[in-house]
Write a protein that binds this ligand. Structure first.
Ligand SMILES: Cc1cc2nc3c(=O)[nH]c(=O)nc-3n(C[C@H](O)[C@H](O)[C@H](O)COP(=O)(O)O)c2cc1C
Length: 192
């Protein structure tokens, strides 16, 4: 079974660290983490070609590679820093482009979980998680959150950059680990 983690940050920083922390709990599966900042992603142009041609996007860029990875995954953990109380523009662009995968419900029944990080406590982490949840639900994915001992809506952390290093709060790191554990539990329960 494959678990794909998507780092929606515009850089490789604290979101990436949290996703890697979650993936440590999933070492019995094939895991991969990708960072959207490594890809060129155009906006959805609303040409509706994908709706008419069976789900093929006619904008040729980095999306096709990400789309293939999402199709092949059994579970997807989506990470985003909080940007003005919600997900990053880059992640929203990926979500919009993923309309191609809804034409034939290709993400349906995959497990999905969300992780976020902000610079401040109460900086919009819950709303950011819910923006990711909306995407997963609209695709018919099986949405999971974190589990014991943190158990709320997913991974939610606070990070500061000190002397070039990312300092993430311990409870936040624990929520990311709990996400990994919960994804493992649910993958085993539903896929055997
Ligand atoms: C454009 C922008 C908007 C941000 N808005 C918020 C915010 O609303 N709330 C918050 O807590 N942090 C906010 N931050 C801080 C980031 O969420 C924080 O630095 C996070 O750790 C960055 O994750 P990264 O290291 O994975 O890039 C913002 C940062 C940027 C660049």
């Amino acid at each position: 079974m494959k678990v794909l983690a998507i780092n929606g940050s515009h850089r490789k920083g604290s979101t990436l660290i949290l996703l890697e922390e979650a993936l440590k709990e999933l070492s019995e599966f094939e895991t991969e983490v990708i960072s959207l900042c490594d890809y060129k992603l155009e906006y959805c142009k609303v040409c509706n070609a994908c709706k008419k041609n069976g789900g093929i996007c006619i904008v040729n860029d980095g999306y096709q590679e990400i789309e293939k990875k999402m199709k092949e995954a059994d579970a997807i953990i989506v990470g985003s820093p909080v940007y003005f109380g919600s997900i990053t523009g880059m992640l929203k662009t990926l979500f919009d482009r993923s309309r191609t995968l809804r034409v034939n419900w290709e993400l349906k029944d995959k497990v999905c979980a969300a992780i976020t990080v902000g610079a401040t406590q109460h900086g919009g982490q819950e709303h950011t998680l819910q923006a990711i949840h909306a995407w997963a639900l609209i695709h018919g994915m099986i949405l999971v959150a974190d589990s014991d001992p943190t158990a709320h809506f997913g991974g939610a952390a606070v990070a500061k950059q000190v002397d070039g290093e990312f300092k993430i709060d311990e409870w936040g790191l624990q929520t990311a680990r709990s996400v990994g554990k919960r994804v493992r539990e649910v993958l085993k329960a539903i896929k055997g």
